[in-house]
Design a protein around this ligand. Structure first.
Ligand code: F58
Length: 826
């Protein structure tokens, strides 16, 4: 289908033409970046036809649409993924080869669209891919940050953050839609009036500041089905003079202020993962994109429908965590103040339209805005929140008479704060966690009171990942091999990957599978040589932990264990030891001291270990600079071991764990998040599980923690590595370099606050599990079975399955077929 449309001659001519019109150059003269732009415009040209056709079909069928509201969309690169989904990757590669252009080199010219921090943002991107592939009408709504997630440089072992100017060369896939711009207002005061005609209350915002939100649309290409959905991200521009109030015309000061606001508001993504920071600008960002998105969706709805009270029949809003929760009062405002609905009618619409996904139980990630900040910035919204809260508490008191404890726990407004999660739960018709264990913890502990009061809202949607990016694109060797064995049905129906199971007993198949893994390790080794200057042996075990740096994810446990292994090798050079390459990739939030110290420690251990000739290269440690979606694809493909070692109960789901599994890497992990379900699918014998259970962790926590000095004084090998943080071994004699890490494990002055993530407690059990990994790997027959079984059992973890569950239980969408557009190049 697309292969027909990608008629080679015409495609080549288009690229040549683009180079000419864009740059006044010939193909031979063009730089790789210019070639990337020219190729992308040629591809976009084809996408646009389907994009137009898709939107026309949605319009004709008047299909219900999901609006996925998210502060983050961690998209990565678009070109390669678009080609994969257009089923044109190989044709284009071949066409370009004939022009002496290497598609891989061209792809490498594209900056990652890093409009997200980690799991939550990448999940949103996977969901968009699945929605389009499954023929569901959907919009992603977010912010077009000028600067995405910072680029990480490692200088002298330390992380240095460099601004990510991703739009510098222009983004060929986006389209600015000036005509859909919307005004968003902040601050000022609310004047109350009775409408003399209708007698209704009117709320008029005065003395406010405002900005124009201008949308950019990016195409989301479905796999082989001609569907092209839209990711709509909002840019800001100052309101032009003539749009200012009469009162403000000629107010120079105000004009400058509004210009600054417009510049600031979409300037940069907050680089925090699992941590809430109550910055005013952050709340401005939230309201900015939510208000603009809601205005746009209401406008669109009204073009076809007369009765706004039926909005929920055509629109469902999914709030990706609490960050978009201001959608609740904003929708109420638009329905009441602009559309003229009564409170009751507006509430009925809002609470049938909005649904909420929770992604964390970490207390420090819970969003709570100081009331004075919130009410000053969003005065009318605050009034509405007060009324939502007032009415809700009446219900609580009705249900639990005399139980003021319930009121304190469930109120939206309490102790001078607006509790966003409470608002999302009260208003949403659905509340979901992102893995079975996580949802259970929400129901039984964190959100227990809400669950008891409204159990029907709660449900689980275990996360998933798209196999199009993380296998078809990221691991082409394995993808082709799988297609060769079982056909290409797995690309859109990952349950078919189970057809590989019988092949696990086939020795030839296993050898081929391991040969592919080896080739992928060679590819990664080459990347490491180029970027780190380190030689690693692709025959060693590639043990990889890539994810954001956070104490609960316990990169510290991993590196302490490496220090422990190094001690052992030094002490017993004769000991048999299977060569290992430990690979890390992780960004730390800019102000997160312990996380940054951990990066320094990893790099220092790497320095010592990699340069110690006496250990004959048995141990290598590599820190991959600037871990991001594009290099992640290479890392997953090359992994032997998947490190998923969070403190049980802390990782809501994890999604990296699924990407490793899909690519044939057994999990070395705790029974946390989706690891539990991975183990259930693949069998405990095909994973390496260790550590406290979530219940054990929770029990300790409820009883004041545990005492790490017990472990420290009773296990001399553990004591030795902890002491090495302070004795200068990894700091050129500096005794203070890792003091924060040391204190976090073992603050002898205040033991109750020490080792809150149970690193020392789980250390032995982790070391034992690592020993089991080594034994298993030595037996290559056994290992190849384990690795293949992981791929073969990964069917559940596609985001296609997750999306089908959201559709079935929450969104209730219908599939829309899209005929192929015009043939362009013929
Ligand atoms: C992550 N959360 C969870 N938050 O930690 C992870 O277990 C889960 O798999 C993933 O969501 C998808 O459900 C996460 O990434 C953030 O990055 C927030 C960004 C904005 C500030 C607060 C944290």
């Amino acid at each position: 289908m697309f292969s027909k449309r990608f008629e080679k001659k015409a495609f080549k001519a288009a690229v040549k033409d683009n180079v000419k019109t864009l740059y006044r150059k010939t193909i031979d003269e063009a730089t790789p970046q210019q070639l990337f732009q020219a190729v992308s415009y040629a591809v976009k040209d084809v996408i646009i036809d389907d994009w137009i056709e898709t939107q026309k079909r949605y319009d004709e069928t008047d299909a219900k649409t999901v609006y996925y509201m998210s502060m983050e969309f961690l998209m990565g690169r678009a070109l390669g993924n678009n080609l994969i989904n257009m089923t044109a990757y190989k044709d284009v590669k071949e066409a370009l080869e004939e022009m002496n252009i290497d598609l891989n080199v061209i792809e490498d010219q594209e900056p990652d669209a890093a409009l997200g921090n980690g799991g939550l943002g990448r999940l949103a991107a996977c969901f968009l891919d699945s929605l389009a592939t499954l023929n569901y009408p959907a919009y992603g709504c977010g912010i077009r940050y000028r600067y995405g997630m910072f680029k990480q440089k490692i200088k002298d072992g330390y992380q240095v953050e460099v601004p990510d100017n991703w739009l510098k060369e222009g983004n060929p896939f986006e389209i600015r839609r000036e005509e859909y711009a919307k005004e968003v207002r902040f601050g000022g005061n609310i004047r109350f009036e009775k409408d003399p005609v209708t007698g209704k209350d009117k709320f008029i915002q005065e003395n406010y500041e405002s900005v124009m939100a201008v949308p950019y649309d990016m195409p989301i290409v479905g796999y082989g089905n001609h569907v092209v959905n839209t990711l709509r991200v909002w840019d800001a521009k100052p309101i032009t003079d003539f749009k200012l109030d009469e009162f403000d015309r000629g107010n120079y000061h105000k004009a400058v202020e509004q210009e600054n606001l417009a510049k600031l508001i979409v300037d940069v993504l907050y680089p925090n993962d699992n941590h809430y920071s109550g910055k005013e600008l952050r709340l401005k960002q939230q309201y900015f994109f939510i208000s603009a998105s809601l205005q746009a969706l209401i406008e669109k709805y009204k073009k076809k429908h007369g009765d706004i009270r039926k909005l929920y029949e055509k629109v469902v809003i999914q709030m990706n965590d609490t960050h978009p929760t201001v959608a609740v009062p904003e929708l109420m405002r638009l329905l009441i103040d602009v559309e003229g609905l009564s409170w009751e009618d507006a509430w009925e619409v809002t609470s049938k339209t909005c649904a909420y996904t929770n992604h964390t139980i970490m207390a420090e990630a819970l969003e709570k805005w100081p009331i004075d900040l919130f009410s000053k910035l969003l005065p009318r919204i605050y009034q509405i929140v007060q009324e939502i809260d007032r009415r809700f508490l009446i219900k609580v008191r009705e249900m639990y008479p005399g139980n003021e404890e319930k009121v304190r726990k469930m109120a939206i407004l309490m102790n001078g704060q607006v509790r966003m999660a409470n608002m999302a739960i009260v208003a949403g018709f659905s509340v979901n966690g992102v893995a079975q264990l996580h949802t259970e913890i929400l129901e039984k502990q964190e959100l227990k009171d809400f669950y008891q009061m409204m159990p029907e809202k709660f449900n689980n949607k275990t996360n998933g990942i798209t196999q199009r990016r993380f296998l078809a694109h990221g691991n082409p060797l394995l993808a082709d091999w799988i297609t060769d064995k079982i056909g290409d049905g797995w690309i859109t129906d990952l349950s078919q990957i189970a057809k590989l199971k019988p092949l696990v007993e086939d020795e030839d198949a296993r050898r081929e599978f391991m040969e592919i893994k080896y080739q992928n390790k060679v590819r990664l080794a080459k990347y490491i040589k180029e970027h780190n200057g380190i030689d690693v042996d692709p025959r060693s075990i590639f043990d990889i932990q890539v994810k954001r740096l956070h104490e609960y994810k316990r990169q510290l446990l991993n590196i302490l264990h490496i220090m422990y292994l190094y001690n052992q090798i030094k002490e017993h050079p004769e000991m048999s030891f299977y060569p290992r390459t430990f690979i890390f990739g992780a960004k730390a939030a800019a102000g997160y001291l312990r996380a940054k110290e951990t990066i320094k420690l990893i790099n220092s251990v790497a320095d010592v270990v990699n340069n110690d000739r006496s250990i004959n290269g048995k141990l290598k440690v590599v820190f991959i600079e600037d871990y991001r979606v594009s290099n992640a694809e290479i890392l997953f493909a090359a992994a032997d071991v998947s490190e998923q070692i969070s403190t049980a109960s802390k990782e809501a789901s994890g999604t990296g764990n699924m990407k490793f599994m899909l690519n044939g890497a057994p999990t070395l992990g705790t029974m946390d998040g989706a690891n539990v379900e991975i183990v259930h699918e693949v069998g405990e014998e095909n994973a390496f599980i260790f550590g406290l259970s979530s219940q054990e962790v929770i029990n300790y926590e409820n009883n004041g923690g545990y005492n790490p000095t017990d472990v420290y004084f009773n296990d001399w090998e553990i004591k030795r590595v902890v002491d090495q943080l302070m004795d200068g071994t990894y700091s050129n004699g500096d005794h203070n370099m890792y003091i924060n890490l040391y204190n976090s494990l073992l603050n002898t002055q205040c033991t109750d606050k020490a080792d809150t993530y149970f690193i020392l407690k789980d250390f032995r059990s982790y070391a034992d599990a690592q020993k089991r990994v080594e034994e298993a790997y030595r037996d290559q027959q056994r290992w190849s079975k384990m690795a293949m079984m992981n791929t073969a059992c990964s069917g559940k973890f596609t985001s296609d399955r997750t999306i089908e569950e959201y559709v079935r239980d929450i969104w209730h969408l219908e599939k829309v077929e899209v005929p192929s557009g015009q043939d362009l190049f013929e």
